[in-house]
Write a protein that binds this ligand. Sequence first.
Ligand SMILES: *Cc1c(COP(=O)(O)O)cnc(C)c1O
Length: 341
Amino acid sequence: MDLRSDTVTKPTQGMRQAMANADVGDDVYGEDPTVIALEATAARLLGHEAALFCVTGSMANLLGVWLNTPVGGEVLCDERAHIVRAELGAHAAYHGVTSRTWSSPDGVARLSQIAAMVSEASPHLVPTRAIEIENTMNFASGVIQPLDEVRLISGFCHDRGLGLHLDGARLANACVATGVPLADYGRLATTVTLCLSKGLGAPMGSILASSGANIARARVERKRLGGGWRQAGVLAAAGLYALDHHYNRLSQDHRAASAMGEEIRARAPWAIAAGVATNIVVVRTGSLSAAEVVSRAGGQGLKLSAVGSHEVRAVAHLDVTYDDCVEAGRILGAILSGARP
Ligand SMILES: *Cc1c(COP(=O)(O)O)cnc(C)c1O
């Protein structure tokens, strides 16, 4: 059972068929009909004028933050945000963006906390140019950003002339769990991403959506980064198939993750917060190191990922069943029941 991430899913037969049959052309010339169709579909779904199909979510975030933040400007985000923890410093390395972080124990971004951090341009302080939020919040156990709070943050950014970048790697999970359409979150942000390669089950690819002018700029910058691709329609076909066939089924992953969480809680209540929001279960390992827990679980055929020195993550996805997740919860719960909080 591989629960390290929802990125480990393999394309289904139906998806492979769609890829094999895709109509393709040279996307750098703007001639791939399947890429054009995916970008149009994704823009509409996310409530924006235009969209860009990117190699990875990291590249989509790199372009999105860049659109909002000139060299030497700063982006504010959660200390556990993917852009500051898991993108290897790309925003600083390639685009001269600095970051300052807030700390939110439950992973929810709140305007009251964010507003107090904004710096105006001055000879003394790095000017804040953008706010970044993540929905769902990966390293905070897949927590959902409440729509009303995002609306407040969006209104604030609008009033203060700040960009709002929404890392929506798992926005589909947030939307399936809440019944909120993707566009309701998407249109609150200046730039929004969506990963097709996570729970949606495509082999690769992410979307960046924004205004037509922003996407035109991002298309040039994507090429500069080496991300101009040619007959990418074979991959766009997988993305379109994922949106059509794997969107609603995310609720199954949420049920499986929730059941896994209950099994863990029953054995080590201190290890996990009540209620798993979506498909991610982040578990504290107490007196055991994360590496030790990963190794013991591995010995019982369960693959997990360490996401901190004393935290492991298990993710439900397309290629594991409800029963697999219950069994994983029992294995992990039993390991943790032998640990001290
Ligand atoms: C996976 C992920 C990304 C993008 O990851 P890639 O591996 O570059 O596609 C971005 N943000 C979050 C929150 C993620 O979980």
